[in-house]
Ligand binder design. Sequence first.
Ligand code: MV4
Length: 499
Amino acid sequence: MFRKVLIANRGEIAVRLIRAFRELGIVSVAVYSDADRKALHVRLADEAAHIGASPASESYLRIDRVLDAARGHGADAIHPGYGFLSENAEFAASCADHGIVFVGPSAEAIRRLGSKTEARRLAKQVGVPVVPGTEEPATHIDDARRVARQLGYPVMLKAAAGGGGKGMRRVDTEQELESSVRDAASEAQRAFGSDEIYLEKLIVNPRHIEIQLVGDAHGNLIHLGERECSMQRRHQKVLEECPSPLLSEKPELREQMGQAAVKLARAAGYVNAGTAEFLADADGRFYFLEMNTRLQVEHPVTEAVTGLDLVHLQLRAAAGEPLGIRQSDVRWRGAAIECRIYAEDPDHGYFPSPGSILQLTEPAGPGVRLDSGVYPGWDVPLDYDPLLAKLTVHAPNRTAAIARTLRALEEYAITGVTTNLTFFRDLLRDEAFVAGRLHTGFLDEFMARRPRHLPDERLDDLAAAVAAVHTLDTAPDHGDPASTRNSHWLHQGRRFMLR
Ligand code: MV4
């Protein structure tokens, strides 16, 4: 196993990696930008290196600076976390050139699976279903028109070099096709440096289900089941669960999808942790979309249900050790839900709300896991994704997991920044959510029907302070607790009284 590993990341994922390293006796090296001098991951790591100015392009995305830090601290390996350099084939290759192990798949595997059309070709070769469409470039309007007529409208334009929904366009009629192709191609050129576009048939209101994979250098490649990721807005996942409510109804689908994902990863010579993304339609048909070659944000729901530690497995695989588990050893127990707690305002277009964390009360207790990257007094910088923490809850079944998540959300209080905690408290009470009728358009529909909240919660804070002082001066009358369960000002009132 490694002696010292550098973490080329920040925030909650850097903290999560430090924890795994400590469990394995590995020395952790954090890196940080100007904005992150006082960040939690820097405080918790064994060693730390400053790598540049606040913008990610001058720090966390600088291959040269990260490698210098790794060399300077004598790290044997680099864990990239997610985002930043995690799916950068050039970075993986540079690590190898410097004799440092990249904790992830080979540069070749990243490159090969990074092209969506390449990944589609590979999937077709090995008999894994893909959405009807082509791998040939349809950047020229004549090719696009021919393919779209064959598929039938509506169709989806996608960037070959794209991913995560960027550069994607729905086209409903031939009249829109020409301008859509032009717009999609120029957007792809700007975002990915390639204007190559291809076409797929549009799947209406699909579910987004992904399969977790892990493989070692000894030819052992297994799947750890699925995650349901249909709760997204603007291609940003908000809540993930394991198992998928759909696959709980159709367990034979889990086995089919798992085997399809393993077949594909094997064909790509895949080592380490990875995720195969699928769309599933209402009839239980599934289609491979793309492969993510990193540890994902939502990995804790898989860890909760399988009882496995994905970071431990990644480190073992990267160190050339066998995983130590076979497919038949993998068991799935209960249900897990992850909520991504963001400093943003869901009532105002999810506007980011960076600022200072004033007070923080964190949930705990049975089945609760909190992966947090913040502490009271810390200023959430505006330079990065405003993810504060991930709340992952595990319970014997989905109904119990929803109740437990609501319990944990009610324990959770953050002041100083606007968060989406109230949004989650509403979502987990929504009838369609509770029934498990999930699809990728769910959140837009939910936002239209959800209850409205006061725009300025600071008014609640003031009311809470007045009420607390009054309560301390007079005989307390708690009233009916059920009627005030979801009250922000009650949370605040309790905090003021406890000071
Ligand atoms: C699709 C699709 C429907 N039909 N492709 C989005 C992210 C990227 N990985 C692929 N995505 C999709 N591709 C076809 N042919 C639906 C999605 C999709 C989606 C689309 C709109 C709004 C939210 C979405 C969430 C997940 C997937």
